[in-house]
Design a protein around this ligand. Sequence first.
Ligand code: AMP
Length: 438
Amino acid sequence: MSTLKAVRGTRDLLPPETALWNRIEAIAREVFARYNFGEIRTPIFEDTSLFARGVGEETDIVSKEMFTWEDRSRAQSEKNQSLTLRPENTAGVVRAYIEHKLGESGQLQKLFYIGPQFRRERPQKGRYRQFSQIGAEVIGPPHAGSESPLRDAEVLEMLATLLDELGITGWTLEINSVGSSADRERYNQTLREALVPVVGQMCEDCQRRAVTNPLRVLDCKVPEDQPIIDALPKIVDSLDEDSKTHFAAVLAALDAAEVPYTRNHRLVRGLDYYTRTTFEFTHGGLGAQNALLGGGRYDGLSEAIGGPKAPGIGFAMGEDRLVLTLLAQQQAEPVKNDAYIAPLGDAKDQAALARMNAAALALARELRRAGLSVELGDGSFRLKKSFEAADKVARRIVILGEDELASGILTVKDFASGAQTKVPRAELAAILARPAGA
Ligand code: AMP
């Protein structure tokens, strides 16, 4: 029989790496709380039309990458329904915002999510078919201030803080404005005309995009096309006064908060719902898939899926890519346990060994209840083997032999300093709680 494996593009996350995932999520939750964001959890599958209408039929995600199936009805009275594993979470959040009438509170909704998303992309390093995003949305009726450029700047400043606190160094914030949908339409027309004389020299994809969705030409990565694209008209010149003023206010607030950014005239993002501010945080260490996160404003999304006017701004961060970046930065030393308890004894004396095992378990219980992380000996009852095993998983080893058990004085070795000390049992928890080497 052939062995079963995780499906292409999906993977198992195992310890110790999962500790890093948990640390990232804990820091994200803590930062979100400081900025007054609350958690939302939406289903991982939705009605297909949510994504078709919300994300856009013409986008790569909707046209090529969704996991969609016809869900069979169970009763004659029910109809089959087309369902899709969520390829992103913004559409689901806005659907929930509409469904639960969150706008009626008159308050701005500040919501974050952490969870898996699904896209049928060609798997490669940093690109998977099931991946995890950490994201947030600020959405609400215009009178709650949801259109304010201050919200854009606040979200960007929060992201800079979050990446710093995660320990990600060397990120770049790239920012652009794609204007209102009217601005974009105007720009698409300008681009279409500007492409006519040059598109014959461009790649096949660009030739197709020049007709279907000229904006997408700006995403082209083919080296020979780059000089042609760089010479095309820029979207900033198609923005109306309101969009220009909005963008200038976002940049001024970022300057005031000293958040560094780079303007990227070609950043238009792959989803149809974006308006005005769009951004990405990139990282050089990631190779081809260098976007850590992306986001922007989506002032017309709620209306596009049948809701009230509810401008908003949000982002989605690739958690898989945060992990890759941190691993590459070597900041991901596995977290070691506070102590390893090594019961020692005469291997030939079964009764003695059973007594030592029981004593080790009782001691571990005492320390774990005091809040320490503890691993129990491997049952070798041999000093050298116990030291080797302990050094891999714990900061200190506690030796528990017949003498220690009788005297209540335990031997503790600190692996960082190499120091070996005798510690009365009553003081053990306090000593083990100290940082390594202290
Ligand atoms: P997007 O909205 O497509 O820009 O996605 C936002 C972020 O999610 C990206 O910047 C990536 O960090 C991450 N991401 C998107 N697609 C994938 C994928 N297939 N595998 C891993 N991470 C992804």
